[in-house]
Every structure is written in structure tokens, then in C-alpha cells.
Write a protein that binds this ligand. Sequence first.
Ligand code: SF4
Length: 139
Amino acid sequence: MVSACLAGENCKYNGGNNRNEKVLQLMKENEVITVCPEQMGGLPTPRVPSEVKDGVVTARDGRNVDKEFRDGAAKCLERAAKEKPDLIVLQSRSPSCGVKQRYDGTFSGTLMDAPGITAQLLMENGFRCMDVEDLAESE
Ligand code: SF4
């Protein structure tokens, strides 16, 4: 399973993607499912960027988007429970997909050592998750 933006899908908050050649190679060699938890939670693309602030996902304009983020995470978990992926490769530092780090909720570009909402839920349920940056380093 991979973050859809890594596969080149234009699901990023700004309408773009994070196309990654190593992920595309992985997709050629394996059966891969793409997921975008923010879209699956009902958020539009493009959308206002969000960060986790004091445990609540909040858009830069101050809107509480926690429910959408958690709904999307739950849908990814449902999908993972059904498909049982051996590995989940996720976009680094995203408030949904980041595995090792996310931004700290101040919208100042400051990182903290904590996962995004979806990555956390998947890992809590025993799925093996990896930041895409670590996929690149592992080769
Ligand atoms: S939620 Fe995840 S898959 Fe969707 S655009 Fe953000 S990083 Fe990519």
C-alpha cells in the first residue's frame, strides 16, 4: 500500500503530487494499492493545509478538520485490514501519512517526532509502515 500522491496522483493539498520513482518501480514489481486518507475522509483537492495542533487536526485557516482526517485514517485501516499489505510506504512529514515526523501545529515549518494520524492508526494496528524517504535510503 502506498500514499497515492507518491504514485503521481494529484491528491496533494495544493492539487499536485509527490511522484516518486522508487515507488513507481515498487508498483511495477508488486501488487500495490494507493490510498489518500485526506480525500477518503471527504476533504476536497485542492484544500487548505492542516497540521495536528494539541492532538486536533486544524486547517491553517483555523477550521477543525479532525473528523475528516480520522475518518480517512479509519478507511485506510479498513482497506489495510482487508488487503493485508506486507508494507505500507507513506509520504514523509504529512499530518496524515508521515511515519516518523509531522509538523508541530504552529504552521512555522517546525517538525516534531510523531506520526501523522493515518500512519499512527496503521502502526497501532500492527501494519509495517515506512516513510518514503527511508525507502530511498534502504537501497
Ligand atoms: S494525505 Fe497522504 S496520500 Fe493524500 S496527499 Fe497527503 S500525503 Fe499524499
